[in-house]
Design a protein around this ligand. Structure first.
Ligand code: AMP
Length: 212
């Protein structure tokens, strides 16, 4: 089974992806996390993608697809929850081939929608745990101890692209390139539209749809 969580930055894809993958024993694939890992490890790929991540622009398809193929190859035979991928129609087309190679099928595309003013507020106050992926929010869901992860005790980080100017670019990129991907899946009748304003409610609505 392949589940695609779709929506602008800040709608809550990451939080839902972590929960779904844990509860369903599926592999969580966040291309954003994979790219940030390359950056942190200062690999050649990391150096190539730095300017894109810093500015909020999409990383070229060939780089993202190379990393994705490696990840899917390592976890062959398992189901996947995609978060932040595919972001272009070419990525979506490539995913069709990769899914077939893995003997998997795209079963659900959840388009999560949140009004833009809420998204911007959420992203500015978002803090993440680089170790276990837990996501906090200084306003709505603060950690018990300032900047420390409740789950694993690591120091939390404020992503450098979760700042007002870069957020605007990311939302613009989403509108320009990523919405077309939704149409690609709508034609195949795979898309369910869900509100992401209330995260708990969103999880309650998605669970039965994926057979949980
Ligand atoms: P995210 O963590 O999903 O918000 O992604 C953070 C940044 O990583 C984006 O602003 C892009 O620069 C890059 N990125 C993540 N996923 C993709 C993708 N599928 N295609 C192109 N760029 C991506």
């Amino acid at each position: 089974m392949i589940i695609i969580l779709f929506g602008a930055p800040g709608v809550g894809k990451g939080t839902i992806a972590v929960r779904l993958s844990v509860e369903m024993g599926m592999v969580h694939v966040s291309t954003g996390d994979i790219l940030r890992e390359e950056l942190a490890k200062k690999t050649d790929v990391g150096e190539k993608v730095r300017e894109f991540l810093d500015s909020g622009l999409l990383v070229p398809d060939d780089i993202v697809l190379d990393l994705l193929k490696k990840k899917m190859g390592r976890d062959r035979g398992r189901g996947f929850v995609f978060d932040g991928f595919p972001r272009t129609v070419d990525q979506a087309k490539e995913l069709d081939g990769l899914a077939a190679e893995c003997g998997q099928e795209i079963s659900h595309v959840f388009n999560i929608v949140v009004p833009e003013d809420i998204v911007v507020k959420r992203l500015c106050s978002r803090r993440i745990c680089p170790k276990c992926g837990a996501i906090y929010n200084t306003e709505f869901k603060p950690p018990k101890k300032d900047m420390v992860c409740d789950v694993c005790g690591s120091g939390l980080v404020h992503r450098s692209d979760d700042r007002d100017e870069v957020i605007r670019v990311r939302l613009h990129e989403y509108g320009k390139k990523t919405r077309a991907v939704l149409e690609y899946y709508e034609k195949r009748k795979l898309v369910s539209q869900l509100s992401g304003v209330d995260g708990e409610e969103l999880f309650r609505r998605i669970s039965p749809l994926v057979g949980k």
